[in-house]
Write a protein that binds this ligand. Structure first.
Ligand SMILES: *Cc1c(COP(=O)(O)O)cnc(C)c1O
Length: 396
């Protein structure tokens, strides 16, 4: 195809040209010093982006799902209790994985559109005086519903309950685009994937482990081979992997973390906050509601938009693909057909966001929804414009 639109699926995300080139390497010997010059800056860069300076970072040639598996199998034993909320497709799937590993899941169901029910978690942890629960699972950013949960508050709740469970966090669709503070928030394992905030092709699972999580790894008996931290650490110590690494992707990770750190993490997060605010302004101008039920839950990397009752939201996604060559996210699981999603994580500018808003608007108008052309675009433009007049308006 000679035309290329940006994608608005919440992963994989748009890949900057510099990163496409960084991943496109001729074969090098993955046991040579040249590989060490890729590996260690990539691991160090990932630790900086996660604000995980007191942690050990491991990168597997895999995807975010393997990151979940690495988090569980390296820290837990069969039959261990875990506490998790089901409030979207990703939290649902992580819980499903726990069950397949024979973990004993205390599942708290929350409405899709809500965040992690932190107070309820506190009650459950306080009642667990025997310490049956070994890990609390948290999906920082529920990509299915566009809901962000407060990980720092969850840590405070665990501490206030005096409970010793590990805090395992899925940061796949937040890390690199939204503020994430591994050390400061007291996270024990955080999981990310190359194809979301890191702006790379799919193929790397990136996971940080705290000292407490590494200690748990010494006695954890769930089987792991490919995802073994011990094997991986031995590999890193010899500047290599226990198997063949994806050298090109790791070089991409080295470059992508450099790019994020050079832009400045605060600037990256501010850019995503601004882009998201423009998308939400458009949603309001369309007379629609986000799936996230309260402003403090609004994600800055993906907005799930509820369509009117009786309208199948998946038609918007199909129509955009067929007629405008643009990709949006559909509704998953409990909200299938009820929402469509605009992904706005990774490499994205205001101008790119405007193109997605404009096409979403055309699709809705084409399909007979009462959405005036230009309404959402104009609302987002008012958020994005930075000319003199706007400064004046802002100052008034
Ligand atoms: C994308 C995503 C995953 C799954 O990652 P894969 O790389 O597709 O395995 C897990 N959790 C969240 C929150 C995600 O957005």
């Amino acid at each position: 195809m000679s035309l290329q639109n940006p994608v608005f699926i919440p992963g994989p995300t748009n890949i900057p040209e510099a990163l496409r080139r960084a991943c496109d390497l001729p074969t090098i010997d993955h046991r040579s010093p040249a590989f060490a010059d890729i590996l260690h800056p990539a691991l160090d860069g990932a630790a900086r982006v996660m604000k995980a300076q007191n942690a050990e970072v491991f990168v597997f040639p895999a995807t975010g799902t393997a990151g979940w598996e690495a988090a569980l199998t390296n820290t837990l034993c069969p039959g261990d209790g875990v506490l998790a909320a089901r409030h979207g497709m990703f939290s649902h799937k992580w819980i499903d994985m726990c069950r397949r590993f024979g973990l004993d899941v205390s599942q708290v169901d929350a409405p899709w559109g809500e965040g992690i029910p932190i107070a309820r978690f506190g009650e459950i942890l306080r009642a667990d005086s025997a310490g049956r629960i070994k890990a609390v699972l948290a999906t920082h950013n529920e990509t299915a519903t566009g809901v962000v949960s407060d990980i720092a508050a969850l840590r405070r709740e665990i501490d206030a309950a005096g409970h010793g469970a590990l805090l395992l966090v899925d940061g796949v669709s937040s890390i690199g685009s939204m503020d994430f503070r591994f050390d400061e928030w007291g996270v024990d394992v955080a999981v990310a994937g190359s194809q979301k905030g890191f702006m790379l092709p799919v193929g790397l699972a990136i996971a940080a482990f705290s000292k407490k999580a590494l200690k748990a790894a010494k006695t954890a008996t769930l089987p792991r081979t490919f995802l073994s931290l011990d094997d991986m650490r031995a590999g890193y110590a010899a500047n290599g992997y226990p198997y063949t690494p994806s050298v090109g992707l790791l070089n991409g990770l080295k470059m992508s973390t450099q790019m994020l750190l050079e832009e400045g993490l605060d600037q990256v997060f501010a850019r995503h906050a601004r882009i998201a605010e423009g998308v939400r302004a458009a949603v309001a101008a369309w007379g629609l509601d986000p799936c996230a039920v309260r402003p403090d839950l609004y994600s800055n990397t993906v907005t799930a938009i509820r369509t009117p009752d009786g309208f199948d939201a998946s038609r918007i996604v199909a129509h955009a693909a067929e007629h405008y060559g643009m990709a949006f996210g559909g509704g998953l699981g409990d909200v299938a057909g009820k929402v469509f999603r605009i992904g706005h994580l990774g490499m994205l500018t205001d101008a790119m966001a405007l193109s997605g808003i404009a096409v979403a608007e055309m699709c809705m108008a084409d399909l007979g929804l009462d959405v005036p052309l230009g309404s959402g675009v104009a609302a987002a433009q008012r958020v994005y414009r930075r000319g003199d007049d706007n400064m004046k308006v802002a100052a008034e």
